[in-house]
Design a binder for this molecule. Structure first.
Ligand code: HEC
Length: 307
């Protein structure tokens, strides 16, 4: 440091720090820059996971504590529908209770009030068995059997047809202990038998654990997304996509979870416009003409269809 003058800066910091108003200006600048950096960090590190995915994963994490055992389908004997429907033994109800606690409490709650921890994110919420109104399939014995056989999958109520018919009868009888339910009639039992051939015996389905199933689904989704991205990078004339997105990956991913947008223009628009720019599309898509919308649509359908 032989020549101090050489290193003298043009900004006189001493003067800045001794003048409070200038000092505040500097603080303002620092705060502004920090906010911008933090914002950019936040946007870049957000996972491509939608709200629904998170709810789904949370509900599975709770449920996984009681995950089903992996097993091959097996032949089961037919049952006496009328006997098991009308005169459940205490053992059958006890089996139902055990199964309920292992499989259903996470959503329907210990006392069947629909208040289990995994049900929080579901809409409609898990059925409260004490309430008489609002049932989707209904609260008769046969209706509940239908629910357990087929599930109400779109609403988060799974099918339990991996359980034997007898086990499901036990479950229904146990659910019926929570409140007053309509009498079981001979008619509904014989209809049930006709619909599902319960007296004949059947083969149960193979069953894999929820954990494995979740992984398979996730893997499937990821593979699909990778293929779409590969298509994109090999595809020419992608300007219609790049011009209308702020983040191509995110935009492609936001379309990865559903299929109906491929055949339905209004669903396509709704999907994109509902969550701008969170889903990676540029806000200027709102100004696209019908023709540009259909160009964008057919390009994206193309990227998604070569899987
Ligand atoms: C992941 C959460 C979840 C689990 C676990 C679950 N349910 Fe449900 N269940 C639901 C939801 C959500 C509904 C409401 C569906 C609707 O209203 O359409 C429902 C509805 C029902 C209904 C009423 C259907 C109707 O007609 O409205 C019955 C009966 C039922 N569940 C029984 C069971 C039994 C028995 C088990 C365990 C073997 C079980 N559920 C496990 C979420 C769950």
């Amino acid at each position: 440091m032989s020549d101090n003058k050489k290193y003298q800066t043009e900004v006189d910091f001493k003067q800045i720090f001794s003048t409070p108003s200038r000092w505040m200006g500097l603080v303002y600048l620092v705060v502004l820059v920090s906010i911008i950096i933090a914002g950019k960090y936040y946007v870049q590190h957000q996972d491509y996971i939608s709200d629904n995915d998170t709810k789904f994963i949370n509900s599975i994490n709770v449920e996984r504590q009681n995950d089903v055992v992996e097993q091959k389908g097996q032949l089961q004997e037919g049952i006496d529908v009328s006997e098991l429907g009308n005169n459940p033994s205490p053992e059958l109800i006890a089996t139902g209770k055990e199964l309920f606690q292992a499989n259903c409490v996470s959503c329907h709650g210990e006392n069947g009030k629909g208040d289990g921890p995994a049900g929080g994110g579901l809409n409609p919420p898990p059925r409260n068995f004490h309430a008489e109104d609002g049932w989707t399939n209904g609260r008769s014995f046969a209706d509940m059997y239908k629910t357990l056989e087929e599930g109400i999958v779109a609403n988060g109520m799974n099918s339990y047809n991996q359980l034997t018919v007898k086990e499901r009868f036990g479950l229904i009888h146990y659910v019926r202990t929570f409140a007053d339910f309509p009498e079981v009639s001979e008619d509904e039992l014989s209809n049930l038998d006709l619909t599902y051939s319960l007296a004949d015996g059947r083969t149960t389905k193979n069953q894999i654990s929820l954990e494995k199933a979740t992984k398979l689904v996730a893997k499937d989704k990821t593979t699909n997304f990778k293929n779409v991205k590969a298509n994109f990078s090999q595809s020419s004339d992608v300007a219609i996509v790049t011009n209308n997105t702020i983040d191509v990956d995110r935009a492609l991913y936001s379309l990865n979870n559903s299929n109906d947008w491929k055949t339905d223009m209004s669903k396509f628009k709704k999907l994109i416009l509902s969550d701008l720019p969170q889903n990676g599309f540029n806000t200027k898509v709102v100004n696209l003409t019908d023709e540009e919308w259909s160009q964008l649509h057919s390009k994206l359908v193309g990227l998604y269809s070569v899987n």
